[in-house]
Design a protein around this ligand. Structure first.
Ligand code: HPA
Ligand code: ZN
Length: 358
């Protein structure tokens, strides 16, 4: 048998190590198979005659996105919102989250903070309670295998008043279901500043605040700058993506000064055909920014989970084992779990590293 290469060894290490995922959209984990089952349950017609034809359409979407990264986010979002049409009742949200959490447990992902897009469901006529209760039941039922706190995301291409209304509906579930709020969806013309009021309100309620600053967006640097120091009363607690900060010494310095974490998703940058992402992440790591790796929308991104995204980062940024461990330590540092949960995650990671080396 040929000797394993260093890369093989690092991949095996990443696969086996205890991990966290702080950047994953629960609706982006809806596999074609579960979508097929839920469509069958609700008698919702899909334009595919079999589950495998539906699966093939996901592969086709992935190939299309990879072929033309210029408009990847809006094209992806149209499929993402279309896919979730099969999520109709409490049991569907329960199934969605338990499927994801089971996959996490199998992949040695120990703690997650998935986003959920409540407005994407209420605007289709699904009651908010179906979303909130289904996710909460899944979180509780899976608690012994995977730690999970959700992050309520507002659709930034909807009016700020719609975010305020969504927040009011979800607030009774704060701290039980979700520990933070964020913004996602189409970023163009929708800067973090648009949501300053709701960020401040959430923070006053003791929640954490974050914002997507996706790769290569129009006014992307300005959006990062707002997130770092302007909105929510002095800046947010974390940034989702923010990878373009790696090309700006000023942004790197500002992010480091506030000790902010960035939740990066390499596969999304590959899809966006941005060749420089590896060098940007390398700069962020070298400058001591707390970066972590998430999976974003694995069902729509070739099924690539946390480990596969970490392998991509390790290859593109030439990370060594210590740096890979650092990415997970950063995640423990910047996650919004209770102190005792963080301590357990830290001990498990230490034990894993020691045993691997021994
Ligand atoms: N970017 C922005 N909004 C999103 C995404 C994403 O990758 N996934 C779900 N909503
Ligand atoms: Zn995202």
């Amino acid at each position: 048998m040929a000797n394993a290469t260093a890369d093989d060894k690092l991949s095996s290490f990443i696969t086996a190590m205890p991990k966290l995922d702080l950047h994953v959209h629960i609706e982006g984990t809806l596999t074609p198979e579960l979508r097929w089952d839920l469509a069958t349950k609700h008698r919702i017609p899909l334009p595919f005659s079999t589950a495998s034809a539906l699966r093939a359409s996901y592969n086709h979407l992935y190939a299309t996105l990879r072929a033309d990264g210029s408009n990847a986010l809006p094209v992806f979002l149209s499929h993402y919102y279309g896919g979730m049409d099969v999520l109709r009742d409490e049991a569907d949200f329960y199934a969605l989250a338990t499927h994801f959490l089971r996959a996490c447990a199998a992949a040695h992902v120990r703690y997650v903070e998935p986003f959920f897009d409540v407005q994407a469901h209420t605007r289709r006529g699904v009651p908010a309670a179906a979303v909130l209760d289904g996710l909460l039941r899944a979180k509780r039922d899976m608690a012994s295998s995977v730690g999970c706190n959700f992050v309520l995301c507002f659709l930034r291409d909807e009016p700020a008043a719609a975010a305020d209304a969504a927040y009011a509906v979800c607030a009774p579930y704060a701290h039980r279901l979700f520990v933070g709020v964020g913004i996602d969806s189409d970023e163009r013309g929708n800067p973090p500043a648009k949501f300053d009021d709701v960020f401040r309100r959430a923070r006053a309620d003791g929640l954490k605040v974050t914002a997507h600053c996706d790769v290569n967006q129009v006014n992307g640097h300005a959006h990062i700058s707002q997130a770092v120091s302007e909105v929510g009363g002095g800046g947010l607690d974390r940034i989702d993506h923010g990878v373009n900060a790696g090309e700006s010494p000023e942004l790197i310095a500002a992010i480091r000064a506030r000790g902010l974490g960035l939740t990066l998703c390499p596969q999304a940058y590959v899809i966006a055909k941005e060749a420089r992402w590896g060098q940007w992440v390398r700069a962020l790591v070298d400058e001591g920014v707390k970066v972590t790796i998430g999976s974003d929308d694995p069902a729509y991104m070739h099924g690539m989970g946390t480990a596969e995204n970490m392998v991509l980062a390790a290859e593109a940024c030439k990370l060594d084992t210590d740096e890979v461990v650092l990415l997970v330590r950063n995640a423990i540092d910047i996650c919004w779990a209770d102190a005792d949960v963080k301590k357990n995650l830290e001990s498990e990671l230490d034990k894993f590293v020691k045993e691997w080396e021994g």
